[in-house]
Each structure stands twice: as structure tokens, then as C-alpha cells.
Design a protein around this ligand. Structure first.
Ligand code: GGG
Length: 353
């Protein structure tokens, strides 16, 4: 029997509630498709930070290294500053394992109610490809003249040619594999003087290698407006770490909820494990209530199955998700208009497998 070692890091808040539903789904779909998932649990979180002063132990990265994949819930909770929790767990994993592609599908699933009327399932179906290792997510900079009237904070973004080119090439290649040929670059080269003109330049140069891929570039401000007004126009959108982060929350927001949105942090060279996590965070406002939507975590697990070579099982999970969302009377969590709990929706998906 095929067997996979999965590092499971539920993290904080609703991450701890949605993760068990994804593990149930993986167990069931594995049994149906002839493979076994071995879950190695790592209880690293803001609570760990409060007890030990670290989000994960000093050898945390080493302990994750030998796994086939990492399944993460959510990171961050009030009481620990967000930049401490993210830089103590999520960001080191992405960087140490060179997970330079953040791949985030945006799809209007059946049964969702988009806030802008007139969109039907099938209309909104595109991908955000986010650079995941550098850029605006940087520790370069500092404070000067603290406490004086000249107090100044410098935050330096750094974009290397290596990281810029490899994410752009990934996006071009990915557009080709989808057989959907429009690739949009998120930029802001009219206002940001150095880095975004550089992205435009690299995009234009690399596009010459892909004459079959139609390209366009959009400044991030109008791109956000177009996501809301005409989301059906996009196929693949590529952007820097910050732009990609914003767009991959906005996209699912346009479908009615970010509770269903998944993401894959991919190491394309496969020399380190990749990591799969919902787009949403720990949602302290609803944590502990048992009402979080587990679909973002379950869809992330389906993306993990694809990455592990179990594409049929991944597709099976998504058919189950879509059949539950599309059926009258199926349990819905409050973010999608119902009153059901996390476990009810998880059970309905397990039963639909
Ligand atoms: N699901 C992981 C999580 O907690 N994400 C929250 C977050 O703030 N992420 C920032 C990022 O993706 O860079």
C-alpha cells in the first residue's frame, strides 16, 4: 500500500478546529484509493510561544524536513504580535524549504453567494501565483530617531532576479498547462520607482519565451477593482509576495467567503516538502465556537493529494465538496449562509466520498 508521512501543524484558533475535518477526509479518501496517510502531529502555536518564547523548537525545521508534505492550519493569535508568530513559524517554513510558489485557486463553488450579483459557478475560475520567499516580506530596515520628531521607519523590499524570474517562469508554464493562455501581471510601476518597473521588465523579457501565452499587466489598484467587477476575465494572475497575498484574499472574497479558499506553498524542485494551508488565518473572532468552515483546509488537503501524485483522490475530494455545497439542505457554516458547525459540514463531506 502506498504510504505518505504528513506533518500536521494545526497552529492557532480555527486552525485547530478545521484540521481534524481535513484529516478525516484524507483517511477516508486514502482507504478508497489504496493509500495510507501517516500523520505526525506538531502542536506548535502562539501558545507554544507564550510557554517557551518560540513558535517552534530550535530544531523545528529539521523535524519537518523528512516528511512528504506539511499540512498547516492557521498561525497567529491575539497576545502575540502577528509579525512574531508569522516569522516564527510560517515564513521560515516557506523559506527554508524554498517553497517559492504560492498557488491559490479562486473558484466560485456551487452554493456560494457572491457579494456582487450576476456571477454563476464557472464564471469565476482563476489562479493567483504569488512569489513566496522575498519581496515586501523582508526584515531589511529599522527605526531611526525613535522618540524624536524625526522618528522614521525604513522597510526595505528586496527582489532578486533569481526569485523574480523563477516565479514568472512558473506562472507562464502553469498558464500553458492549464491551456488557458492569459497571464496577468500585478504591478505598480507607475508609483513604485525601482522594484515594479523591474518586474515589468522581467515579465516582458520572459514573455518572449512564451509567444503562445497572452499577457497583460495591471496596476494593483485597478486590478483589485477588476477582480470585483469582472472576475470572469482572469485566468492566471502573478504577483509579488504582498500583491499576491492581497489578491488571494480578495479573489475568494468575491466568491462570497474566504473560508473555502486553499493554498499550496510549493517547492517545484521537490528537494524539500511542500506545505498546504487554507488562505484564511486563525479567525480569533469565531475561534472556539465550532462554526468555522472546514472547506479551505479540506481543499488544501486535496491540493496536497495532487502534489503527492494522488490526483484522482484529490479530484474525488473536490467532487464531494461540490456535491455537498450544491445540494439542498446540506449543512452550511455561517460564512456561507447556514447555521451548521464545522464538524457537521466535515461529516457531510466525508459521507459524500
Ligand atoms: N493559513 C495560514 C495563516 O494563518 N495565514 C494567515 C496569514 O496572515 N498569512 C500571511 C501570509 O500568507 O503570508
Amino acid at each position: 500500500m502506498r504510504s505518505y508521512e504528513i506533518a500536521v501543524v494545526p497552529g492557532d484558533g480555527i486552525g485547530r478546529e478545521v484540521m481534524p475535518q481535513a484529516l478525516r477526509v484524507l483517511d477516508r479518501v486514502g482507504a478508497e484509493h489504496g493509500f495510507e496517510m501517516r500523520f505526525d502531529h506538531f502542536d506548535w502555536s502562539c501558545e507554544t510561544y507564550r510557554k517557551t518564547g518560540r513558535m517552534m523548537p530550535a530544531d523545528g525545521i529539521e523535524r519537518l524536513r523528512d516528511h512528504d508534505s506539511i499540512l498547516l492550519g492557521a498561525v497567529g493569535f491575539p497576545g502575540v504580535p502577528d509579525h512574531i508568530s508569522l516569522w516564527g513559524l510560517l515564513i521560515p517554513i516557506r523559506r527554508e524549504f524554498d517553497q517559492y510558489v504560492s498557488l491559490r485557486p479562486v473558484r466560485l463553488l456551487p452554493g456560494l453567494t457572491p457579494p456582487v450579483r450576476g456571477h454563476a459557478p464557472g464564471d469565476i475560475d482563476f489562479w493567483v501565483v504569488r512569489e513566496n520567499t522575498e519581496g515586501e516580506y523582508s526584515r531589511l530596515g529599522g527605526r531611526q530617531g525613535e522618540g524624536t520628531e524625526h522618528e522614521t521607519v525604513l522597510q526595505v523590499s528586496s527582489f532578486t532576479r533569481r526569485a523574480t524570474d523563477r516565479i514568472l517562469r512558473y506562472a507562464f508554464d502553469f498558464s500553458r498547462t492549464l491551456n488557458r493562455n492569459r497571464l496577468t501581471l500585478a504591478t505598480k510601476s507607475n508609483g513604485i520607482y525601482h522594484s515594479m518597473p523591474y518586474w515589468d521588465e522581467r515579465f516582458a523579457q520572459i514573455s518572449a519565451e512564451y509567444p503562445d501565452v497572452e499577457t497583460e499587466k495591471e496596476h494593483i489598484d485597478i486590478l483589485c477593482a477588476k477582480f470585483v467587477m469582472r472576475p470572469q476575465n482572469f485566468d492566471v494572475v502573478v504577483g509579488s509576495n504582498l500583491f499576491g497575498d492581497i489578491l488571494s484574499d480578495l479573489g475568494p472574497g468575491v466568491t462570497g467567503t474566504i473560508g473555502v479558499a486553499p493554498s499550496a506553498n510549493i517547492n517545484p524542485e521537490r528537494d524539500h516538502p511542500s506545505m498546504f494551508e487554507p488562505v484564511h488565518g486563525s479567525a480569533p473572532d469565531i475561534a472556539g465556537k465550532g462554526i468555522a468552515n472546514p472547506i479551505g483546509q479540506i481543499w488544501s488537503a486535496a491540493m496536497m493529494l495532487d502534489h503527492l501524485g494522488e490526483a484522482e483522490a484529490g479530484a474525488h475530494v473536490m467532487r464531494a465538496v461540490e456535491s455537498v455545497l450544491g445540494s439542498d439542505g446540506a449543512p452550511s457554516t455561517p460564512d456561507i449562509g447556514g447555521r451548521a458547525g464545522t464538524e457537521d459540514l466535515g461529516s457531510a463531506i466525508v459521507d459524500a466520498l
